[in-house]
Write a protein that binds this ligand. Structure first.
Ligand code: ZN
Ligand code: ZN
Length: 315
């Protein structure tokens, strides 16, 4: 078994509501940074934290993005500028557009806009678009676009296998340290999300990814992008070990089932004309309050995915 590298978790604040996203530095002969926080994170949070640990972004040879959401790649351009000239930034090809274009985060039919379309709230959408703009540090191409299945050597006997775990986003991956079975999953394992509702755009691939992690990858340690809520109302820390890993993934599968059941409570539904009223039976089944404005944003995105999949299957 390879020696266990030091992993430095760096919590990065983002957004107006106290969000925290974790970047991880893997201290290998060719050091890797998993995710980059938002635009201000590399200079404001990550580099100071690494300096405290006696290391620096300048040493980083790999910037590995778990997926293309702005809280994870917002700092990519800034981190790449602070890293050495030999750095390679890698991201799955299915999320590459989110790195290449700010506009790709703001599509009127994109996942970020769904809540505001359901609530018919164009002003709210404008505010959110402005927030996303200021949290993306630049537009760029990945040095290497991933497909899943790659092995990336970090030098010595430390290497990473790229496992495509889509669902949360199409290009979500898990980076797994070979021989140690430590997985860096970003948002691929949502458990019950940050709000009690998991966020995934593609319900079918999401379920398959949870099963693949549970049955095939079987990680011994998870490094997640956020702290996520557990099914019993508790919370999982961002780094979990041993039997807690299996419990988190089983919780993810259980809440996925619960979301599917809630979606079945929704009657006729036109994905082109989403209204909050249409989702009310599902929200009630999940124990949410009556006022749609109080529903967490992932409710709209995740239910929309279930309903769109149903519409596609019956079309
Ligand atoms: Zn995400
Ligand atoms: Zn995230």
């Amino acid at each position: 078994m390879p020696a266990e590298p030091r992993v430095v978790p760096v919590p990065c604040s983002f957004g107006p509501t106290g969000g925290v996203v974790y970047a991880y530095y893997i201290d290998a002969p060719q050091p890797a940074l998993i995710d980059t926080g938002v635009a201000a994170s590399p200079a404001g949070t990550i580099e100071p934290a690494l300096r405290n640990a006696g290391i620096s972004l300048k040493d980083v040879r790999w910037i590995l993005a778990t997926h293309g959401h702005w809280d994870h790649i917002g700092g990519a351009h800034a981190a790449r500028s602070l890293a050495g000239p030999e750095v390679t930034l890698a991201l799955h090809q299915a999320d590459a557009e989110l790195l290449g274009s700010r506009q790709a985060h703001m599509r009127p039919d994109g996942y970020q806009a769904l809540r505001f379309r359901y609530l018919d709230d164009p002003e709210g959408l404008k505010k959110q678009d402005a927030l996303i703009m200021e949290n993306l540090s630049g537009e760029m191409r990945a040095d290497r676009e991933l497909q899943g299945g790659e092995h990336i050597s970090l030098g010595g006997d430390i290497s990473i296998e790229v496992v495509h775990t889509p669902g949360h986003s199409p290009g979500s991956v898990s980076f797994v340290l070979s021989g140690l079975d430590w997985a860096f999953t970003g948002d691929s394992v949502q458990v019950c999300g940050s709000s009690g509702i998991p966020l995934y755009a593609e319900p079918i691939t999401y379920g398959k990814s949870q099963k693949a992690l549970l049955e095939d990858v079987r990680p011994r340690r998870l490094h997640m992008g956020h702290r996520f809520k557990a099914l019993d109302g508790g919370a999982f820390e961002s780094v979990i070990d041993g039997p807690t890993v299996e419990r988190a993934i089983r919780d993810s599968l259980a809440i996925h089932e619960r979301m599917a059941a809630a979606a079945r409570e929704v009657g006729s539904f036109d994905p082109a004309n989403p209204t909050a009223a249409a989702l009310a039976p599902a929200a009630a089944a999940l124990g949410l309050p009556e006022d749609p404005a109080a529903w967490p944003s992932p409710l709209f995105i995740t239910l929309h995915g279930h309903l769109a999949a149903r519409a596609a299957a019956t079309a």
